[in-house]
Design a protein around this ligand. Structure first.
Ligand code: 1CP
Length: 339
């Protein structure tokens, strides 16, 4: 069992810096496309055997030091009673948006083993196969709320901010319900065998720090506090979150995920004695081999003072990235960090 990732999360010495990539199982891999060619995305998410297959692909093909459960943050929203659609070539759609108390009242706090048993089954199956640790995950409440309120992806988040500022009580009620569901969901993942848990806050970066502190962070704190009992590493990733770092450190996470917009050395000073995960610009994978290795070498050096460093991209790997480039990065991290 390769437990380099878990050791780095705990700030322990490791023989080399472990690496995994956000969205490492996905469309940039022809092997994923092949599986996806026969099923819709939601069918894939609900088929444990296929989820196991695509979860293993980046570990086997590229040599990642951790696996991340193949699923999606919106699967839990669907289990809460919000019908979810994915159409080819476009993002997720929730036709029944949550914009008033009546709509919110129709959402439930599901029993995770019942409503999302396929996720727990995937985790149990993966644990029998994997030689590297398995990361479970959920969306952070603010990010999940934006999808429910907007009805899908957004660029301006008009409806979300409108609710936040004009109907704060309704907004907090929605956040509470997502939080309660997420706690049950991640506790079930831990019981099923997830060895680390990550909260993805993809849209936290649209918030002013004061609003992040008031409307988003307390719910992250509540979730992470409810997971402490499992004694597994907890990772919090706020995309575009460089200006939220001081606050994110108070989330209760053991590992702070970093996007690429902040030099890693600067972030490490703010994070103190927590591990960091990041933070190569996903598009830097397009650099020619020598320059990519150089860039990775510099990042590793700048992260030298971290109390644990897990190499990752600053956000998900882009779907048009050549897999060979991802492989160059994995090999470079392993070679250049070897101590
Ligand atoms: O067509 C396809 O095959 C679907 C593409 C795809 C994939 C591969 C989607 C649709 N989701 C996923 C998998 C996924 N999603 C994983 C798998 C595990 C891995 O990392 O390998 C994870 C962790 C997620 C998480 C996720 N889904 C996030 C948070 C992370 C991030 O990238 O910011 C978000 C925001 C989503 C929502 C989502 N899922 C899919 C789409 C197109 C979107 C919308 C993104 C947006 O609004 O821009």
């Amino acid at each position: 069992m390769n437990d380099t990732f878990l050791k780095a999360c705990r700030g322990e010495k490791t023989a080399y810096t472990p690496i995994w990539m956000m969205r490492q199982a996905g469309r940039y891999l022809p092997e994923y496309q092949k599986v996806r060619g026969n099923v819709t995305f939601l069918e894939l998410c609900k088929s444990p055997e296929l989820c196991v297959e695509v979860t293993l692909q980046p570990v086997d093909l590229l040599g990642m030091d951790a696996a991340i459960l193949f699923s999606d943050i919106l699967i839990l929203m669907e289990a809460m009673g919000a019908p979810l659609e994915f159409h080819e070539g476009s993002g997720p759609i929730f036709r029944q948006t949550i914009r008033d108390q009546a709509a919110l009242d129709r959402l439930i706090v599901p029993d995770a083993d019942e409503a999302t048993g396929f996720v727990m089954e995937t985790i149990r199956l993966l644990r029998q196969e994997l030689q590297v640790p398995l990361i479970g995950f959920a969306g952070a409440p603010f990010t999940c709320a934006t999808y429910l309120i907007e009805g899908g992806s957004s660029k301006v988040f008009w409806e979300t901010k409108k609710m936040m500022y004009r109907e704060p009580e309704l907004f907090h009620n929605l956040m509470s319900k997502i939080t309660d569901s997420t706690i049950l969901y991640l506790q079930a993942q831990a019981r099923a065998g997830a060895q680390a848990l990550q909260l993805f806050d993809s849209w936290a970066g649209i918030l002013a720090p004061c609003d992040f502190a008031e409307f988003a962070l307390p719910y992250v704190q509540k979730i992470l506090a409810a997971l402490k009992q499992f004694d597994i590493p907890l990772i919090y990733f706020a995309n575009n979150g460089a200006t939220l770092l001081d606050l994110s450190v108070a989330s209760g996470a053991d590992v702070i995920g970093l996007d690429w917009r902040i030099p890693i050395g600067e972030a490490i000073k703010k994070v103190g004695n927590k591990a960091v995960q990041g933070n190569l610009d996903p598009f830097a994978l397009l650099l020619p081999k020598d320059r990519l290795r150089e860039r990775i070498g510099r990042l590793l050096e700048d992260a030298g003072n971290a109390h644990g460093h897990i190499f990752n991209l600053g956000h998900g790997i882009h779907q048009f990235t050549p897999p060979e480039q991802a492989k160059i990065a994995v090999d470079a991290v392993h070679e250049l960090s070897s101590r």
